[in-house]
Design a binder for this molecule. Sequence first.
Ligand code: ASP
Length: 420
Amino acid sequence: MPLWKQIFIALTLGLLLGISLNQSGHGEYAVSLKPIGDLFLNGIKMLIVPLIFISLVSGVTSLRDMATMGRLSIKTLALYLGTTAVAITIGLALAAVFQPGVGIELGSAATVAAAESPSLVATLVGLVPANPVAAFAQGNVLQIIVFAILFGLAITLAGEAAKPVKVFMDSLAEVFYKFTGIIISFAPYGVFALITWVAGTYGLEMLAPLAKVIGVVYMGCIIHAVIVYAGLVKFVARLNPVRYVQGVIEPAIVAFSSTSSAGTLPITMMSAERNLGVSRGVSSFVLPLGTTINMDGTALYQGVCALFIAQAYGIDLSFAQYATIVLTATLASIGTAGVPGAGLIMLSLVLTSVGLPLEGVAIIAGIDRVLDMARTSLNVVGDCAVAVLVAKSEGQLNQDLYDTAHVLKSTDLSTQAHPS
Ligand code: ASP
């Protein structure tokens, strides 16, 4: 059975089990499964730092020249920013139409402090790691990316003398892909445990009062994925969108149950390369960057929640305030870490920018995990869409791999299948 089916079955069974445990008042049994989920997540997290570094070095050395790297960066950033702005607009539009906040009773909620946004200069200066070992130890993805790109360029520039290093890095990359395959084969168990835990802890009653806002966020995520991503894949990259959907199922479900796009990264990279035929040169650059700066789901959610809170407090927003939300939510989503719940903290930044009451954050907090599941999936699926578009435009997409309904099997991670 292909891996995605196993993961999908695990997700469904976990949901059913969790809800029934909760309904029958035995939520604590669901909680006892959480360590199994954490074990799986630790397994993936274990791979992130070495995998980003090794595959990016191997990827950069396969691109050969700096001009390609420059073009890749520009296309990637433009697509990331463009799709994010569209995502918030969809969120705002849906919230304006469905008005999830109208008629919501807001009790006296806890006071919440606004998040501080780091300054642009500090962010840029911080991109270059003064101590690469510290960057690795802290798992600072952007710093690791910078170090890996420069290291890869140095290997290329050193030419013949660096040949053994290049061969070694390529070989190490294969080892890490196999390693990822081993961890991914445990995904069904991890997903089952995580979803049972979430469903068992939340139950249905807790979600009922805010069902409308949940519905709007989920609807927005589906619309964005189907219209924007599948649309771009079909009309811009001129590829079959159904294959794209098949190819992103595994990372989408793992993101859904783990609510961490950074934590899903190894699976996202594996799927982009093996299912969608994206070359390692593109996937190893576009995807780690995407998990750090591209958060369409988070941006969409911030749009919906900002408007939800405005409606709940009976505050009318002006056109300029809508524009401010689009701008700050784009920036906030760039600054959001790909970890559970990070988007909620950044929501306070968006609310502050238009003077909405921060207490709104406390209301959303009660159901945030459920919203996080949808937005994290969209974040990951969006990174894959951009990877496909960039790869296609650069002639770095293996069409045969893309066209075969090749869905990842844990036993099928042979190195021969690799497109690079
Ligand atoms: N959990 C999200 C992610 O990892 C970030 C967020 O909270 O919005 O992509």
